[in-house]
Design a binder for this molecule. Structure first.
Ligand code: FNR
Length: 380
């Protein structure tokens, strides 16, 4: 009711409370280059559309008279107590959206106790992000590239900076066919942004003929040459296990057999994700892949979910389909672009409040009681 009560003094929210409206607003205010990069998807966009359709198609069947007056949104994920089943997804080079970039996101996430998964390709060094977050929960996303020294260095830096969970992204050994970027030849790394985790890294710098500031374009070329490695196979995960003693989560798993392989390889979790539709055009929708993965490994691994989450109802649906928690992607990036840290906080608060209300109005006092029985795809 806080928003309504503020309204009594004439104050209305600075940004829309329907998070699906942020993209259009961001495009209007920030221009097609940066927003095209964020909004863009692989190919003609069918995977991103399918992500939304798969969530929309499933409908909640609310239950009544179940005492939902007192609610507790907290969940345990990978041995950590989270205030709600929500984290911020890794998104690279976000200084194209706002100069405060990852620092603003880090402060917003920390203010709400929501874990922030920092991208390998962040435009702010991980040590600075860690400082902004204090004791707050932070996870590190790895682009598992060609240079083992860089990988080793990243893992060492992340550990030293207090990142607890390692999220290894498997679906991006190379960037996909993304027409919105290709048509404008828009590569964020080329627009004065850089990928600070790389450009500040001693192992990365050792591979450069000249210091970054003397030839930034050569540094970008070097980055593009090593950030992904398409030759990796399942046994290679042993290298990461050896160099990371905390939980490891594989991001971009869609097939139940891959989820089983992840469990067999000693991983701790998976993120069922198609990278927000940005990698394989024509891919299965992430929400359609989720029940199969949850059925295959739900008892062995922590199953997380992203791709297409825009509302509190989507969070609820993902839990009902078998996820323990969800990662939110584009909406917080638009929030950042539109209003810096306050914009990210707006998005977090809206998502949490809408989830809380959906939970209550559907007859649940905690996320733990949400099951597949709460959803239907057909009239009942
Ligand atoms: C991403 N994503 C991503 N994932 C990752 O593991 N490392 C990264 O650096 C990035 N970078 C990135 C940039 C941009 C602009 C976007 C939109 C996405 C994917 C991200 O973590 C997540 O999987 C999706 O964003 C989830 O889908 P929604 O919520 O955006 O639909």
């Amino acid at each position: 009711y806080e928003i309504y009560l503020n309204g009594m003094t004439g104050a209305v929210p600075r940004l829309p409370t329907d998070l699906t409206r942020l993209e259009e607003l961001a495009e209007h205010r920030l221009g097609p280059g940066p927003v095209g990069y964020v909004a863009g998807s692989a190919g003609e966009g069918s995977t991103a559309r399918a992500n939304r359709a798969a969530l929309d198609r499933r409908r909640i069947v609310p239950r009544m008279l179940r005492d939902v007056q007192e609610r507790d949104l907290s969940v345990e994920v990978l041995g950590r107590a989270l205030p709600a089943p929500l984290a911020l997804a890794p998104v690279g080079t976000i200084s194209i959206m706002h100069p405060d970039a990852e620092s603003a996101v880090a402060r917003a996430a920390a203010a709400h106790g929501v874990p922030y998964v920092l991208s390998s390709a962040s435009s702010t060094p991980m040590e600075q992000v860690a400082e902004e977050m204090g004791d707050a929960e932070r996870w590190f996303q790895l682009y598992w590239g060609k240079d083992r020294e860089v990988t080793r260095s990243f893992l060492g830096r992340a550990k030293a900076a207090g990142f607890t969970v390692l999220v290894v992204t498997l679906d991006t050994p190379m960037m996909a066919w993304r027409p919105r970027d290709l048509d404008q030849a828009y590569l964020p790394f080329l627009h004065g942004v850089g990928t600070a985790n790389y450009f500040t890294d001693p192992a990365f710098r050792a591979g450069l003929a000249q210091p970054v500031h003397e030839d930034p374009n050569a540094a970008v070329r070097h980055f593009l040459g090593l950030f992904g490695d398409a030759s990796h196979t399942w046994p290679d995960l042993a290298f990461l296990r050896e160099h990371w003693d905390g939980p490891i989560v594989l991001k971009g798993v869609l097939h139940p057999d891959d989820a089983r392989l992840a469990a067999d390889a000693g991983m701790d979790g998976v993120v069922v994700s198609n990278h927000g539709g940005r990698q394989v055009a024509g891919s299965v929708a992430a929400a359609d892949a989720l029940p199969g993965v949850a059925a295959a490994v739900g008892d062995r691994l922590t199953v997380l979910f992203d791709s297409g989450v825009r509302t509190g109802a989507d969070v609820f649906k993902a839990l009902a389909l078998g996820a323990r928690a969800v990662l939110l992607g584009r909406p917080y990036v638009y929030g950042l672009g539109l209003d810096g840290q306050a914009g990210v906080e707006h998005v977090i608060r809206c998502a949490l409040a809408e989830f809380d209300l959906t939970l209550a109005l559907s007859g649940h006092a905690t996320p733990a009681t949400v099951t597949a029985d709460d959803l239907t795809e057909t009239p009942i």
